[in-house]
Design a protein around this ligand. Sequence first.
Ligand SMILES: [Zn+2]
Ligand SMILES: [Zn+2]
Length: 1017
Amino acid sequence: MFPPVKSKVNFAQLEENILRLWQDKNVFERSVEARQGAPRFVLYEGPPTANGSPGIHHVLSRVFKDIIPRYKAMKGYYTPRIAGWDTHGLPVELEVERELGFSGKAQIEEYGVDRFNARCRESVFSYLKEWEALTERIAFWIDLKHPYITMDNKYIETGWWTIKQMWDRGLVYQGYKVTPHCPRCGTSLSSHEVALGYEDNVEDPSVYIKFKLVEQSRQKLNLEKPAYFLAWTTTPWTLPGNTALAIADEAEYAIVEYEGEYLILASVRLEPAGLGEAPVVAKVEGSDLVGLGYEPLFNPSDFGIPVEKTGGLEKEGPPSSDVLRKQEDFFNYPVIATDFVSMEDGTGIVHIAPAYGEVDYQAGTEQGLDFVHTVDLQGKVIGNYPFSGLFVKDADPMVLEELKKKNLLFRSETIRHTYPFCWRCEAPLLYYAKQTWYIQTTAVKESLISGNAEINWYPEHIKYGRFGDWLENNVDWAFSRERYWGTPLPVWRCENPECSHLDCVGSLAELENKPGFAGLKEPLDLHRPFVDELTYDCPECGAKMRRVPEVIDCWFDSGAMPVAQYHYPFENDTLLEDGRFPADYISEAVDQTRGWFYSLHAISTLLFSRPCFRNVICLGHILDAKGEKMSKAKGNVVEPWAVINKYGADALRWYFFTSSPPGNVRRFAEKSVAEVTRHFLLTLWNTYSFLVTYANIDHFTPGSEGTLLEESELDRWIISELNQLIIDVDSAMDNYNPTEAGRKIEGFVDGLSNWYVRRSRRRFWKSENDADKLAAYTTLYQCLVTLAKLLAPFTPFLAEELYQNLVCSAFPQAPDSVHLTDFPVADESKIDKRLAADIRLAMKVSSLGRAARSQAGIKVRQPLAVNYVSFSSMSERTALERVKPQVLEELNIKDLQFIDNVGKLSEKSYVISSEGSYSVAVPTEISPELQAEGVAREIVHRLQTMRRSAEFEIADKIITHYQGDDYIKQVITDFADYIKQETLSKKLIEGDPETGAFVAEHEIGGHNLKLGVKRLT
Ligand SMILES: [Zn+2]
Ligand SMILES: [Zn+2]
């Protein structure tokens, strides 16, 4: 006997029980340990940032991380899986800033870096608990007891070692460059972080500014009235920093007269600038303009702003604080020629502010332009402008106001365009010239690209699309952050400004062995501010070496996990040879092409000149049901616990695996999870419950099949399909395609339930225990046990439930969890392709016949004389002949005839349903005999419904009483045997029902009928 299974099931509750079973029996650990010595299959866990509660998108990536290793474990691989937590960086700091109500670095410094970092550590730990709970509940099997944590001293030490390897090869440098800077967070961002935060349709000013030619230049052009260069910008706040105008030297420029003045701009831009009507006074070549001068819009000396030369900013050797050279004379800013002036927008004259643009800075360096910084690192205007102290974006209108007063504003509009924002805090990024530490990834660009060629991307287009493009356009990695909670940059600098010697430290031991080393406190903490206290003697001049203030990008931490999780090379020094590197598989969402996928690939290439992952499933983003981005502000965030508690984790998993290919953007709607439950999980559950219920009635014991008599065609068919399914699922999973594998399983379960079981019902029903019945049980049992194993990586809970009940209860010596079993192996000799095609044909014709019936308004319970079916070839006709008996039963018809063209049938007497090359014709006229048979079938159906309503057991025998008119009486008399057999009625008696009977009145085809059923005791 199997433990009984109810047809109603609460999956969430069932799963909680299974979780306890796994814990009690240590199933995960054993599933790994059992494969010791076998070839390894390595998953790298992309560490989630523990700075908030896990969301529904985390469930998506975590179940995809889970399914492949589960499959590989069942295929015999040794698959230890190590959890990891990304604990550093801006995300955590911002979370703590929010908690403390801080809005910037000044408050953190005031509060104390030690206290602030202690809060960061605490915050991370509180979220880890939530993450662990969800990870367990969704059955993401990964070792949570021994995770790698990026804030551990050992992890940091490997980070230092990694940086030192690059430093020693000259790949780490400090550059004075224009970098994307978040004014709120007060730090630079790397280009991959910038890529995460672009927003479309941002409104900004679009303004045309007049730059007045100096007297000499105006005379040079023989102009008698005041003349202006016209330039265009979307960032008015950069105008006070303007120190040059750029033109294209081969383009044609026009001098036009406008309101008594002259304006100069590219001829092709006259029209767009609204000057198409203005009279052209002269035309000149761009090269004629080079070297002309104009007056500064805002003379820096009038506003207390120092002026330096851009070219003096970068110098050889260690950087120091006095790189900016003072300059006294100016007022005559030049027109220069560059190759980046576009004729697609603006005026063909580009405003240059070397402090606030990458190409501007470059032009400044090349041409020795003045360098004017008018904004501080918080994005606030410095000096004594009327708009000083304002955040740059707020200063924009006042800058324009000032220019208008000076008659230097030509036109002011707004524009909608794409602009980068901080991916963490959403502040607009400013391009800002400052010193930042870089890793020279461009030095290994070719190696990054060739390494990518070895990686299998799913979906494939990411490889040379999003990821490949990213590598092709590689720029050096700006990896320092002017922040607090992160892996400290292991660079020490000599305090003596005359020396400024720089040194990179690759391990704690190296640091401790430095001459004059001091400042170490117990317990060891390699974070700020403690690490900032560690000093030693400068080998060059003997002065004190102090660490530079920066910490590093948290993406560097997570990208270093292949080595850092093992504290390589300080421990586990065989890592590269023993199979733990590279990973066989990783999976994250598509945004990680510029995040973790990149940082992993870059660090591995820099360290070892090879990629560190072989296969990657790249997941699409999740939107809400309407296709909008989920956000707390919109209130459309889906809480994973709510979904899991309602439908169970299996339903959510199955939905994620099968609803759409992993790379697609998906819209998440709770009702889709409900649908998946109904369509798939409950269909399977009902089949399972059916088997257990009937098997218990018949005392079927698996393993007793012994010598089976010849199987029926139906059994041969489903076993053939089952073996084909094993092959299909195995090959899809081997190809990292759970979606295809899952859909195959879904198709099989549908065929099992709606064809095999339905068409076999009679075999399970009949009273005698013969070979045919045993064959049916054995076949269905085999299907469900195999399904449990195939489903184990997909829906681990339901698979376990089936396995525990069907296998463990009957075979005490079997592995005690489905997750300890081997993946099924197909018996190809059982695959009968012709039979499979035949049944597909039978299904097709039956479904067309049912469609025609419903069109004609004739129930399937009403027998019909003859249907016609078309065929297009003789081989098809033969196949139809073979499946004819099944179609007769399915369609409840007496005969099926073949016709080469159903169009020949009279339209009056037939309803025709067609699809592709098939047509089925159903007659609309029904003889009195068939009508009576239809009524008999309807009575059986009503009685069966009454049995269920009366809550009789399936095998209960009953007595049935009936009352009706002569027609009904005649039908019941004629079909008495049939009715008795189908409804397990021992007797069929005309007259009043017995007391205690379940009674109901019916109307069938215009005839009234009263029925009473009573259980025989
Ligand atoms: Zn920010
Ligand atoms: Zn020194």
